[in-house]
Structure formats: C-alpha cells, structure tokens
Design a protein around this ligand. Structure first.
Ligand code: AMP
Length: 143
C-alpha cells in the first residue's frame, strides 16, 4: 500500500492506533513522512512496526491538552479513525473550529451521517460504502 501527502515535512496526525490507524501510520512512516499517532490504550501501539519513526502519544484525543501536545496546530492533515463515530466527529469539529488544519478526515461506520459533515469541510471515509462498491465490482455488477 502506498500513501502520500503533499510535502515530506508536513505532519500527519492520526487519532486511533487500531487496525486502520496503525496501518496508515506504518505506511507513512516507511515513506519518511512525519507522523504523530494518539491512542487512549498504550497496548494499541504494539501494532506499530519496529521501524516506525513517528511520535506515539497515549491519551484520550477528545482532550484538548493531548491534541496540543501532539502539536495539532502544526499538522497538515488530521485523520480520526477511532472505533467510535461520535468521537471521530467530535475530534473533527474541534480540529476544524480551533486549529488551522488543511485537511480533516474521519472514518464513519454509519453512512447516513456523511451528508451532514461533507458540507462542513470534513472529509469522510465510509467503510460500508467502500465495501459495497467493491462487492458490486467483484460480482460484476459495476465496472
Ligand atoms: P480499530 O477499531 O481497530 O480501528 O481501533 C480503534 C482504536 O481507536 C483503538 O485502538 C482505540 O483504543 C482507539 N480510540 C478509541 N477512542 C479513542 C479516543 N477517544 N482517543 C484515542 N484513541 C481512541
């Protein structure tokens, strides 16, 4: 998997070091991008590869202090991929309202919420919709 952000010196802040967050963090770190990752459970950092070169911070990312410690204001991209839609939305709104972050991306399990956040400049990743599209491709219903 290959992921890229515009400039190598721009920091990417990832919230949630679970299956998705750790994978993205490892991938960006392999590309020598600056990555900071926050998780409330320190055991989650076990998913980071031994060569991970970013900063891992333990804490609840709905707490403003941990976001400041992660230097959110210097982040080009904030990606919130905790396992809870409400948490991801809350973090995205805090980020948009309080810090000048270029891009804010959230994972939402509930696809019905997408339209609400699209208009506020928050990018959404919807695993259920992505899965449906892929299944339709596999079934040959979509090219
Ligand atoms: P996964 O479902 O595998 O993508 O994992 C989601 C990750 O998000 C887990 O490692 C959780 O500990 C983490 N997480 C959930 N809520 C928060 C939060 N408020 N702050 C930081 N990390 C969180």
């Amino acid at each position: 998997m290959k992921l890229s952000v515009e400039k190598a010196e721009d920091n990417v802040l990832i919230i949630g070091c679970g299956r998705l967050g750790s994978c993205i963090a490892n991938s960006l770190s392999n590309e020598n991008k600056n990555v900071t990752i926050i998780d409330k459970d320190k055991d989650a950092f076990r998913k980071l590869s031994p060569s991970f070169g970013g900063l891992a911070l333990e804490g609840d990312a709905t707490d403003l202090d941990i976001l400041k410690e992660a230097e959110i204001d210097k982040s080009k991209v904030v990606l919130s991929v905790t396992d809870d839609d409400n948490t991801n939305i809350m973090i995205a709104q805090m980020t948009k309202n309080m810090f000048a972050v270029g891009k804010v991306i959230v994972r939402l399990y509930d696809p019905d919420r997408e339209c609400i956040y699209k208009e506020s400049g928050i990018e959404t990743i919807l695993p259920s919709i992505l899965s449906i599209n892929e299944i339709e491709k596999i079934l040959g219903a979509k090219q």
